[in-house]
Design a protein. Structure first.
Length: 144
């Protein structure tokens, strides 16, 4: 089973959609808290859903269970909380939400967790993928 992750910042639309198509992603799970921001450019929720279906015949869905809380995200962005604290609190949130029991784990195969961060190192999509991998046998995580 393969689970991909991708961020859209610092990417041109051609590169972003090309990575998804080349990887064989069949569904994008939007894990962002803010999906309609003007700053998202081509990745605004309604536009992204349209582009994914037209460009790569890729399904789009929102997975709010994997989004951080607004308070947590604001504190991290304002540097009131460092990455280690954010990581700890986000993983506690996933555990409290019991996402591994509330998400159809078999549907994740060839799915892709989407967030805005350009790279996965300091992004909740990586944490979510690692968290889900604990509940899925032989899950390969690939960061695009």
């Amino acid at each position: 089973m393969k689970l991909f992750t991708i961020g859209f910042t610092k990417s041109k639309a051609r590169e972003f959609f090309g990575r998804l198509e080349r990887s064989g992603v069949r569904r994008v799970y939007d894990t962002r808290l803010n999906r309609a921001s003007q700053l998202a450019g081509f990745a605004k929720q309604d536009d992204l859903s349209f582009f994914l279906s037209r460009i790569g015949e890729i399904e789009y869905s929102v997975e709010a269970l994997l989004a951080p809380t607004a308070d947590m995200l604001d504190a991290y962005r304002k540097k009131e909380m460092g990455w280690p604290e954010y990581e700890r609190r986000y993983l506690e949130l996933l555990d409290a939400r019991k996402v591994e029991k509330r998400i159809d784990l078999s549907s994740l195969n060839n799915g892709c967790l989407l967030c805005s961060e350009a790279t996965p190192e300091h992004c909740h999509r990586r944490l979510a993928a690692d968290y889900l991998a604990k509940s899925v046998v032989d899950l390969e995580i690939i960061h695009l």
